[in-house]
Design a protein around this ligand. Structure first.
Ligand code: NAG
Ligand code: NAG
Length: 370
């Protein structure tokens, strides 16, 4: 527990009261007469704290229990109306980093739905990040150029980075995303589990990393990895494809989607977001679900907010002080006190040696050189 100053102790209950009065991540926005408006809560934030050696990328949520998450209402991305909120509940988004990679956990309640090979009859998730400084959340970068004219020149500055995971061919608990075969071809695809690395300038101009409207650049990679899980599963030793659908349809439970990516990638063509420790990025999370068993369609996704959500990649040091327990603080204080007493004694001793009367003649020490 971090120490709390008296002033903070007074402010804390007030803050908690204010927080309880305003629902978390309240979103007030409508798309009336084609005009987009979004009143995003300025308090929303996803914090990636420094947690080295804490997270295993297996789709399970247990190792995240000490990581604080942010809770979001899931509203339709294209019509964020509170009456149309996802019926399963809110989504918790957690993030962490270990100094070289960033990790995400998306946790959302949902009755089990899985139909092998049919992505649109399974839940699906996507992460989106700002790359170009002019890239808006709305319209995935917001490049105004038509679908036939969007290129890396006409849409310069509107680049967004997208990770999309469709689980219809992904075995729960198994790792998908960047793999040697697709990465050797130099693109962001994933032929095994469809956990793909994309970029875009607008909803009509989206491409797998390394491909584009003006030609392909085979220097790209799929830098993402991830896994999924549902709390109704009982097997922990490992599923294989023949176990599909892994659990019976409609079971109550929680879906987990877990991802990681290096903070920096070798992207040279503005198709990946780059994260910096101690700095903030902009992100969003989308969720598709086959509501009442009906297959979803591409634009029928829910979103955690109607604008970018800041993603803070915390400095390692600040997180360490936060987690230091009062006990170890006391040990540190005692040690530094001991150290200062020792150095005081040492300086008194040195003073005595320097100023004491010289009774013994100085004798040069003989050094044998040969
Ligand atoms: C670029 O790559 C995509 C996907 O591999 C392929 O379909 C397309 O034909 C390629 N385009 C060119 C110009 O080589
Ligand atoms: C646009 O993409 C093409 C194909 O990858 C590449 O050759 C060209 O250098 C890019 N132009 C800019 C301005 O990034």
């Amino acid at each position: 527990m971090p120490r709390i100053s008296p002033a903070a102790a007074l402010l804390l209950p007030l803050l908690l009261l204010l927080l309880s009065l305003s629902p978390i991540a309240r979103v007030g926005s409508h798309q009336e007469s084609g005009e987009w408006s979004c009143e995003s809560d300025s308090e929303v934030l996803i914090e990636a704290a420094f947690r080295p050696g804490a997270i295993t990328l297996d789709g399970h949520g247990d190792d995240w229990k000490d990581v604080e998450g942010s809770e979001f209402s899931l509203l339709p991305a294209l019509d964020p109306d509170e009456d149309k909120e996802y019926g399963g509940g809110k989504m918790t988004v957690k993030a962490a980093h270990d100094g070289s990679s960033v990790f995400f956990l998306l946790q959302v309640d949902g009755n089990y739905a899985y139909s092998k090979g049919e992505n649109t009859k399974c839940p699906s998730v996507s992460l989106m990040f700002q790359i170009g400084e002019s890239a808006s959340y709305h319209n995935m970068g917001g490049c105004k150029v038509g679908p036939d004219a969007c290129t890396n020149k006409t849409c310069k500055g509107h680049e967004v980075d997208i990770m999309h995971f469709s689980i219809g061919n992904a075995i729960p608990g198994r790792l998908y995303g960047g793999n040697p075969i697709d990465n050797r071809e130099g693109n962001g695809g994933d032929r095994f589990g469809h956990l793909v690395d994309l970029y875009g300038w607008s909803p009509h101009c989206r491409y797998i990393d390394g491909t584009g409207p003006t030609g392909n650049d085979t220097s790209a990679q799929n830098n993402w990895n991830g896994a999924w899980w549902h709390s109704s599963f009982t097997v922990h030793s490992g599923f294989v494809e023949e176990d599909s659908p892994y659990a019976s349809d409609g079971q109550k439970g929680t879906y987990y989607f877990e991802f990681s990516r290096p903070l920096r990638t070798m992207d040279r063509i503005q198709q990946d977001a780059q994260f910096t420790i101690g700095e903030s990025s902009k992100m969003s999370v989308a969720f598709w679900y086959p509501v009442n068993g009906n297959p979803w369609h591409g634009s029928g996704h829910f979103s955690i907010n109607c604008d970018w959500v800041p993603l803070d990649i915390s400095l390692g040091g600040s997180s360490l002080t936060k987690t230091a327990s009062p006990g170890s603080w006391d040990a540190t204080t005692a040690f530094s006190l001991l150290l200062s007493v020792v150095s005081l004694c040492l300086s008194v001793f040195v003073m005595y040696r320097v100023f004491r009367p010289r009774s013994v003649q100085y004798k040069p020490m003989e050094v044998a050189l040969g």
